[in-house]
Design a protein around this ligand. Structure first.
Ligand SMILES: [Zn+2]
Length: 395
């Protein structure tokens, strides 16, 4: 694609003359000139992205990464990196594509994976369909809509000192983002917009996430021997009760709306019966430390409560809080600022020293459920904001 020159008056300049005012180029590229978002282009991008199966467990995220690599190449980035990332726990590889223009101050990030579509869809979840003022399809709200917004926004600006990262595995372990950070390719980035469904409001804080399993074992046997045989399920239940006490003792910890630790005893798995001493039991639990708290400290405390058992940390993600909201004023103006009820990878970027916010079209209420949808007006609004971020700092 050739370099755009922007007319101060009219949109849609492609070849040196403004199609609307016919005055021709006003001056050499001024990055802050941003043309109107073309909704049909935006929806075309979204239709293509929804059609890729990137469902956790069954989808192929690398195929979508390769497609996005070609989509970004059209906009002549100075650097275009693709990374393939191995994941733990038997999952297929995921990856990312990172496009960089100039020396990036600002990063825009969208995850390309979705949760499984589940039951209850009234049509093919990978087939985008328009329904009045919204579009329906898997990932429209969380968060392929934002990826389509960024691609549509790139049509309207000359990207300047900015990076766009499309990455996988956000919904199912977040093993890609640490790999991107470790690659050093984000070094120098000062601020990041992590795209997640916030209904076009600016998310500034959320809880962390700590998930742990505790395994117990024994020889098993007839329940008549229960008094003299190790009882794994009882040990797991006792640990669960102890952790419940820990939760109760922290009900007033933190500040609203992040009071308490959200301790959840999720499951105790076992192979026993009322008359059979089990040979194993496994307890699964999680807690969500509030912004400012330290997830590793919580992990150490939970481990200390378990006097026996084989403990394994499944995820230990830090909480998140924006470091300096004023740095985003040029992009978001007076947009409403909110606290978030869910975890995001903004936490990882923040830990790496980047000043981050969370912002995107769509709503948590519309995500992770049958007939997921996003309002077209929100896509247009988000695309305009992303265009400002892509155009670089105003100073
Ligand atoms: Zn998401």
């Amino acid at each position: 694609m050739e370099k755009h020159g922007w007319c101060a008056v009219g949109p849609k300049i492609r070849t040196g003359h403004c199609v609307d005012c016919a005055r021709g180029l006003v001056e050499p590229i001024r990055s802050r000139h941003i043309n109107a978002i073309d909704t049909s282009i935006l929806l075309d991008h979204l239709e293509s992205l929804v059609a890729f199966d990137t469902r956790n467990g069954s989808g192929d995220e690398m195929v979508c990464v390769r497609y996005l690599e070609e989509s970004l190449r059209v906009f002549n980035p100075d650097q275009l990196h693709v990374g393939q990332v191995a994941r733990s726990r038997g999952k297929s590889d995921s990856g990312y594509v990172l496009a960089i223009w100039g020396r990036p101050d600002t990063l825009l990030n969208v995850h390309i994976d979705t949760v499984p579509s589940g039951e209850g869809w009234t049509a093919d979840p990978l087939d985008l369909r328009k329904d009045g003022d919204k579009v329906v399809g898997l990932g429209t709200s969380d968060i392929k809509g934002a990826a389509a917004c960024i691609l549509a926004a790139l049509e309207t600006v000359t990207p300047q000192n900015v990076a766009v990262l499309f990455s996988g595995d956000e919904e199912h372990g977040s093993e890609v983002m640490p790999a991107v950070i470790a690659s050093g390719r984000l070094d120098g980035v000062k601020r990041a917009i992590i795209c997640e469904p916030t209904s076009c409001r600016v998310g500034r804080a959320h809880r962390g996430m700590l998930a742990i399993s505790a395994g117990f074992s024994g020889p098993g046997g007839h329940s008549s021997l229960a008094d003299v045989t190790p009882r794994p399920l009882l040990a797991a239940a006792r640990l669960a009760a102890k952790i419940g006490g820990y939760a109760d003792a922290h009900m007033e910890f933190g500040e609203a709306p992040f009071k308490g630790l959200c301790v959840n005893i999720g499951e105790i798995e076992s192979d026993g019966a009322y008359n059979v001493i089990p040979t194993m039991a496994k307890l699964w639990l999680s807690l969500r430390p509030p912004p400012g708290d330290n997830v590793r400290q919580r992990e150490a405390e939970i481990y200390a409560l378990a006097e026996m058992g084989a403990l394994d940390t499944i995820v230990a993600f830090e909480p998140f809080a924006t470091k300096d909201m004023s740095a985003f004023k040029d992009v978001f103006g007076d947009t409403e600022i909110v606290d978030l009820p869910y975890w995001t990878e903004a936490s990882m970027l923040s830990q790496a020293g980047v000043n981050a916010v969370v912002y995107g079209p769509g709503n948590l209420e519309q995500a992770h459920k049958p007939d997921e949808y996003v309002e077209i007006a929100q896509l247009e609004e988000a695309a305009r904001r992303y265009a400002v971020a892509l155009a670089g700092e105003s100073s």
